[in-house]
Design a protein around this ligand. Structure first.
Ligand code: FES
Length: 357
């Protein structure tokens, strides 16, 4: 029945037999507005002027790209100081903005002032292409090439290629900033393995709370609790002294379990203290802080890609993309009962790229 009803409803839209549709009621196609010639169509001098503006802008873009590269060298980031970071970002950004903006403005001006501006109506047709369609496409490319002057206007075309090529250079130059560089103050900076192999931890360094920097007594670490730990003295460093770099390497997560829950190999038996163990917080996958401790399962979880490490079993990887355990910090207590490091980590912290060669 419902089907019949639909049929009747559709039928209601059909003009009744014998009735003529009044064509004058249908909306009329307003057509295209009258074509107005541009100055560049009428005046060869204006055309030349527009062409000069276009390739001038493309070369301005080249200047912007070169400036971005120069700014990278002229305004280096020094000792992580905010002023130098601001200058570096601002001047490089200005260069890149000028380069990209100039290409955009030149392209718009080229199309508006010099390319053919007659209206083109593309009729709807079946999507499937036929031989004629392919030929028509090739023909339209030929016409576009002819009308835009892409092949003919060599100055514009070549300057566009140069500008596009140059606009990639600042990006390539910035990649250089990702490579390690050594300096007089920080000779280890050029050697990533040495850099990650040495942290602020050394024999007798107290374990302190992050971020307060107060030392921790073994008696304060209750069963099941977890402490975010930094080496004593770190919180007194300033940004200028490389505090962030040091912290990024030395941060540790410390937990207490029952001593019998720990599966420690013989050579590491004295790395823990009465069930208290400390592991590097820098994930061995790509270096995120492993900051989530599941008290029930004794698993440490990295929030970035879900690697999980078993605290009872020397922080071995039990799930996820990390390929090696978290380095363990050997600890003990000093005469006053404060937790201290026995030594630095015995292997580089963080991602294990250094193992690959
Ligand atoms: S950084 Fe930790 S799992 Fe990827």
């Amino acid at each position: 029945m419902a089907h019949d009803g639909e049929t009747q409803e559709v039928a209601a839209y059909q003009p009744a037999a014998g009735l003529a549709v009044n064509v004058s009621d249908a909306p009329q196609n307003p057509g295209m507005p009258p074509h107005r010639q541009r100055m560049t169509d009428k005046d060869p001098k204006a055309e030349k002027r527009a062409a000069r503006v276009v390739y001038g802008l493309f070369y301005l873009s080249v200047a912007g790209s070169l400036w971005a590269i120069a700014a990278y060298m002229l305004f280096p980031i020094e000792d992580q100081q905010m002023t130098s970071i601001r200058h570096n970002n601002m001047y490089i950004g200005l260069g890149i903005a000028l380069a990209l903006l100039s290409i955009g403005v030149a392209a718009i001006h080229w199309s508006k002032a010099l390319m053919a501006d007659h209206e083109y109506v593309e009729e709807r047709h079946a999507t499937r292409g036929t031989e004629e369609t392919r030929e028509a496409t090739i023909e339209s490319f030929r016409i576009a090439n002819e009308e835009s002057g892409f092949g003919r206007r060599k100055m514009i075309r070549n300057s566009l290629f140069v500008a596009l090529g140059a606009s990639i250079l600042p990006g390539l130059t910035l990649f250089r900033g990702l490579a390690p560089h050594s300096s007089e103050e920080d000779p280890l900076a050029g050697d990533p393995v040495a850099l990650l192999n040495t942290t602020m931890w050394e024999k007798g360094t107290r374990l302190t709370r992050d971020p307060g920097g107060t030392p921790i007594k073994a008696s304060e670490v209750t069963l099941g609790s977890a402490f975010h730990v930094i080496p004593e003295g770190l919180s007194e460093l300033s940004h200028h002294d490389g505090m962030l770099n040091e912290k990024a390497k030395a941060m540790v997560l410390m937990v207490r379990l029952l001593p019998e829950q720990l599966h420690e190999r013989e050579s590491r038996k004295d790395w823990s203290y009465d069930g208290i163990v400390a592991y590097s917080k820098v994930c061995t996958h790509v270096g995120c802080p492993v900051a989530l401790y599941e008290q029930q399962t004794h698993h440490l979880l990295c929030p970035c890609h879900q690697s999980q490490f078993d605290v009872t079993d020397e922080a071995k990887v039990i799930f996820g993309p990390a390929s090696r355990p978290l380095p363990q910090l050997p600890i003990t207590v000093d005469d006053e009962g404060y937790l201290v490091a026995r030594s630095d980590f015995e292997e580089p912290v963080g991602p294990s790229f250094w193992e690959r060669h």
